[in-house]
Design a protein around this ligand. Sequence first.
Ligand code: AMP
Length: 249
Amino acid sequence: MKLVRTAEELREVLDPDRPTGLVPTMGAFHEGHLSLFRTARAENDLVVASLFVNPAQFGQGEDLERYPRDEERDLALAQQEGVDVVYAPGADEIYPPGFQTWVEVEELGRTLEGAHRPGHFRGVATVCLKLFNLVRPQRAYFGQKDAQQAAVLKRMVRDLALAVEIRVLPTVRDPDGLALSSRNEYLSPEERQAALSLPRALRARDPSLLDGLEVDYFEEADFEPRVLAAAVRVGRTRLIDNVVLEGET
Ligand code: AMP
């Protein structure tokens, strides 16, 4: 496995003749990430994972500084899953001085998560478009856990006629039902127990099960597939999850 940090190094290890799968991540890998790596490995000749905690998708007062980072561990896990290349750029590489070009998926990016995290999807869409341009993958892999992110990116790909297939894979959960998330690391044992009401409420389609938690939204959304999506705060930690209401993920 190769670790590269610049566009130039990346170009040296890519091969336009090899079908390439890209898995964009912010690191702190868990089984959700690993399932994306495995599927990308099975479906492509060359597998690239990007590892970049994207400042543009964090709002003021969010958890950019304390977001979990452990590059050494992540590299070992990526290697175990057969990833060929990890692209881990610095912020200057993605946002060089003078950077001022942004992608805005207007309506889809303003609802639900977008309403509670203004600018979040602008940051996501922009970094993903840049990664698609740098890596030129045939396929890019995302998790259903972030259903609106997947919807926003599919819309961007259609609207801008990008030559990449967005592959969305099912949400991986702990045995107790909690969706895996890098942010679960923030939870104390008591908070983790309280957080279990999120998947329970979604499964039961019953927001009253969230009593005691601060609820940002608990709403159906027509994301292809249609989902029931929710965001809650447990202490200082904000968690999102969703269940698919119809169709396949
Ligand atoms: P992140 O590093 O949190 O930005 O996530 C990188 C990718 O992994 C995104 O496409 C997420 O949707 C996906 N992902 C995160 N958590 C899960 C999960 N529990 N199951 C499946 N995919 C996930």
